[in-house]
Ligand binder design. Structure first.
Ligand SMILES: Nc1ncnc2c1ncn2[C@@H]1O[C@H](COP(=O)(O)OP(=O)(O)OP(=O)(O)O)[C@@H](O)[C@H]1O
Length: 231
């Protein structure tokens, strides 16, 4: 479980995040929407410990963690907009390398099973990453998160630049990751995809969470209208 309690962040005198309260329970997918500059990436960077909060707390499984806390690495995986992996290594080699870095040793068969579970076609397992599409790289990134046994997955703009088929595959995969008990938080501009895969949706504006909704309670059209009213 991931929680922000009255989390605030100033850049100099600029208040980028103001008293954010947010909880992502196991099994939940929380989508953060908001215009450019609303504070979504700042929120993710605070959870990752890349930046220190000016005020407030971050809790993982009900325990407060500081920016340098090693437990973040153990519990949290991050899938950035463009997943950075080694282009000259194959999918299996990348997965093996990053799993080992996290202290996990897997057999070849287990590595294959993680990649297959995350939807990477078997013909790509031994291929170099340099030829992979964005969606294929993302699948390897998610396989690494699964192999590291990360219970919390943070994503920034995961569907930007994905074609409709890759977006549909991503949606199925994220729902499965959550159904397996993970907590997933993503920043996105994709309103329709947010309704398709989220359990919870938050709309941010100028560093504040101004609406929180259950995805099941709203249609994509109504969410779009609400979003447009807020900006
Ligand atoms: N390192 C920084 N120094 C100063 N201001 C910053 C810094 N990082 C972000 N900001 C400002 O904080 C505000 C929130 O930025 P943030 O990147 O969190 O927004 P966002 O919602 O993720 O936007 P986008 O959708 O464009 O990624 C913006 O006004 C931004 O200019």
């Amino acid at each position: 479980m991931l929680q922000a309690i009255s989390l605030s962040k100033n850049y100099g005198t600029y208040l980028a995040l103001n008293q954010l309260n947010l909880t992502v329970n196991p099994g939940e997918v929380y989508c953060l929407l908001g215009q450019n500059g609303a504070g979504k990436t700042t929120t993710i960077n605070l959870f990752l410990g890349f930046i220190e909060p000016t005020d407030g707390k971050i809790l993982i499984n009900n325990q407060e963690v500081t920016a340098s806390d090693e437990r973040r690495r153990q519990y949290i995986a991050y899938i950035p907009e463009v997943v950075m992996l080694y282009g000259n290594l194959s999918a299996i080699e990348n997965l093996n390398y990053f799993s080992k870095l996290a202290g996990f040793e897997y057999s070849h068969l287990q590595l294959i099973s993680f990649l297959s579970e995350c939807g990477l076609q078997s013909t790509a397992h031994e291929q170099q990453l340099s030829g992979f599409s964005k969606g294929m790289r993302q699948k390897v990134g998610i396989a690494i998160a699964v192999a590291k046994n990360a219970q919390i997955i943070l994503m920034d703009e995961p569907t930007s630049g994905l074609d409709p088929k890759a977006t549909a595959e991503f949606t199925i995969l994220v729902k499965k990751l959550a159904a397996d008990g993970r907590s997933i938080l993503m920043a996105t501009h994709d309103i329709f995809n947010a309704v398709a895969l989220a359990t919870h949706i938050g709309i941010m504006k100028q560093g504040e969470l101004i609406h929180t909704l259950k995805a099941a309670d709203i249609t994509a059209a109504d969410l779009q209208e609400l979003y447009l009213q807020t900006i």
